[in-house]
Design a binder for this molecule. Structure first.
Ligand SMILES: [Zn+2]
Length: 171
């Protein structure tokens, strides 16, 4: 997968496909299990309330760790892990950065990367947790936004936003 052609949607789809050995995603997607399958450690830790989480590789030889705020609601933690994993996938696909230390921290005062990196990570997270094909299939059979939010284990707000982005909102 070359970074020049890699959209966040495609990156998330390929990540899910690899995790499910080519099969359809099992819902709800477990972003912690997906991260761990890629060799990324995930730890729930106490962080300042303003900090959702971070991803770090502290040295050339260290592993990659995602830290997620253990005090935050589970659905928010799921999105944070998926978002940080999006940063990891972007870095993996950038040969200039893959072996170097990095740190992305996500809090209410500062986002954890450049705008481009944030948009990538957010779109990656949306596709990872709410895969387009699966959302379309569920929406087609008439599931409400509440049912969809429960099925995909995301907040109603996140699912509403997803439906709007996919042109599936019913007003
Ligand atoms: Zn970020």
């Amino acid at each position: 997968m070359s970074s020049a052609t890699m959209t966040p949607q495609r990156a998330a789809q390929e990540t899910l496909r690899a995790y499910h050995h080519g099969g359809a995603p099992r819902l709800p997607v477990d972003p912690v299990a997906v991260a761990r399958s890629l060799g990324v450690n995930v730890y729930e830790v106490v962080l300042p309330n303003t900090t959702s989480g971070m991803i770090a590789k502290v040295s050339d030889v260290a592993g990659t760790d995602i830290l997620v705020n253990s005090e935050h609601a589970p659905k928010r933690q799921r999105f944070t892990v998926a978002h940080e994993l999006g940063h990891y996938i972007a870095i993996l696909n950038d040969p200039d950065r893959v072996s170097n230390p990095f740190l992305h921290k996500r809090d209410s005062l500062s986002s954890c990367g450049t705008d481009t990196e944030e948009i990538f990570a957010n779109r990656f997270a949306a596709e990872l947790l709410m895969p387009e094909d699966e959302v379309r299939r569920a929406a087609r059979v008439g599931a409400s936004v509440y049912q969809l939010a429960a099925q995909f284990d995301v907040s109603v707000d996140a699912m509403n936003f997803r439906l709007v982005n996919l042109g599936l909102a019913r007003g």
